[in-house]
Design a protein around this ligand. Structure first.
Ligand SMILES: Cc1cc2nc3c(=O)[nH]c(=O)nc-3n(C[C@H](O)[C@H](O)[C@H](O)COP(=O)(O)OP(=O)(O)OC[C@H]3O[C@@H](n4cnc5c(N)ncnc54)[C@H](O)[C@@H]3O)c2cc1C
Length: 407
């Protein structure tokens, strides 16, 4: 049976978060005509929707990463924007931007680059296109053939501790993953006992946010809390660690190195301070062995012998990147080598034989443990843009005509 005729585009980007935004901005910088024909697909139909929603749900008002990390090609674009518009600064040691300033900045990027809203669709199936190469993307609307596909959809699986699966009986109270908790819609938690499970920044945000709203909060972390400014040692953002990593020919070894460098969750000191003074009862180095429902919540048993009762349990236990979580790519996956859900990428971040490129944590095999962060967005966008257009946006963005106007 002949397949439905499809529109052909040079590039299709899946995902309109910071990584997808970085991709289109770098492509536009290198080749405006190609960027104009590029289609960005995101089920939300909006730029930055997942980012905005996670910051609002968790009540995060400042980023963890410094101002130099953002989706635009020019490194100082965010700090210039903040200065030019007189926006509030965090005053933190590395000038981490305020979430409101970052949001205004990304909106400004979308507007000044005159980007259309992403196509609000969810790809059902992506297959290799026989006629003329590329990949065929089927959605509920008209199919599309793209010469290259850029995956910036952040596919992942939630990490759920084993004791949660062993809980039986009807759910009596909230037991939710951090990805579903919405502090923004809960102004008052007075009288609530809440246990947050996890030792990273998301756990700390949830704990402080719940305490601010009047709850009694326990935070349970299986390791002693690790206080660190950034989630990845800054040596991973440059040659100090990356050179040896990228020179390592064995992808399995690179996977292990990246996993070890990332480690478990960490909390910056400024956030750790907010949990002090009895606002949050911290149980560190305390594995949860089991949980049982109680009439008004859950009772958690810790390896330390303690037990904690809670009306609500929030799991800030993280997520694991996994290309296979993007079901539409299933037809292509047999042609993609992967280790632990992470595709093996080449220098251009291409995976397998098809013209498919990945960004975000999926690019870990080439970019290392910080691939999923905003730093990784620029690195990936530069590499993919160079592969697609032959233009190096890193060099180009330092040309005088692209420097921001003096303040
Ligand atoms: C709470 C939190 C705070 C963070 N703070 C920082 C920070 O301060 N600094 C930093 O560097 N990093 C931070 N990170 C890490 C990282 O930068 C963010 O997770 C960031 O959102 C990743 O960007 P992304 O574009 O890869 O993914 P996302 O922001 O998740 O965007 C992916 C997009 O893909 C879309 N999508 C999903 N499925 C499909 C599909 N099938 N087809 C098409 N589109 C699809 C989604 O709707 C979404 O819009 C933070 C992470 C979290 C969880």
């Amino acid at each position: 049976m002949a397949s439905t005729p499809a529109v052909r585009v040079p590039v299709c980007v899946l995902g309109a978060g910071p990584h997808g935004l970085a991709a289109i901005l770098h492509l536009k910088r290198a080749d405006p005509a190609l960027a104009a024909e590029t289609v960005v697909i995101d089920p939300s139909g909006r730029w930055m929707s997942a980012w905005d929603s996670q910051f609002a749900r968790l009540g995060i008002d400042v980023l963890r990463s410094p101002s130099v990390h953002h989706p635009a090609p020019e490194v100082d674009a965010l700090s210039c924007f903040v200065a030019q518009h007189g926006l509030a600064r965090s005053g933190l040691p590395y000038d981490q931007p305020m979430a409101a300033a970052f949001r205004a900045f990304t909106q400004h990027l979308v507007e000044t680059a005159e980007l259309a809203e992403p196509l609000a669709a969810r790809p059902n199936r992506v297959t290799a296109e026989v006629d003329g190469g590329g990949v065929r993307i089927e959605t509920d609307g008209s199919p599309m053939v793209a010469d290259r596909l850029v995956v910036a959809a952040n596919p992942h699986r939630r990490s759920i501790p084993p004791w949660v699966w062993r809980l039986c009986g009807p759910a009596v109270a909230e037991l939710a993953h951090a990805g579903d908790v919405d502090l923004g819609s809960r102004p008052d938690l007075t009288g609530q006992r809440i246990t947050v499970v996890g030792g990273g920044l998301t756990a700390a945000h949830l704990a402080v946010g719940a305490a601010d709203r009047g709850a009694s909060v326990d935070l349970v972390a299986r390791r002693p809390l690790q206080v660190r400014s950034f989630d990845t040692d800054p040596g991973w953002l440059g040659p100090k660690y990356l050179r040896g990593f990228q020179d390592c020919p064995d992808p399995r070894r690179r996977f292990e190195l990246a996993r070890a460098a990332r480690g478990g969750g960490t909390i910056p000191e400024w956030m750790r301070d907010q949990m002090d003074h009895g606002r949050v009862v911290i149980h560190e180095g305390a594995e949860i062995l089991g949980a049982a429902p109680t009439p008004d919540g859950y009772c958690l048993g810790l390896a330390t012998g303690e037990s904690i009762s809670a009306h609500r349990v929030w799991l800030a236990t993280g997520t694991t990147p996994d290309l296979g979580a993007l079901r539409c790519l299933e037809p292509l996956l047999p042609d993609v080598a992967a280790i632990g859900g992470l595709p093996v990428t080449d220098d251009d971040l291409r995976v397998g034989v098809h013209p498919v490129y990945v960004m975000g944590r999926l690019a870990t095999h080439t970019l290392g443990p910080a691939a999923g962060n905003l730093w990784g967005a620029r690195q990936a966008a530069q590499r993919i843009t160079r592969a697609v257009t032959g233009v190096d946006t890193d060099i180009m963005s330092n040309l005088p005509e692209y420097r921001p106007a003096p303040r």
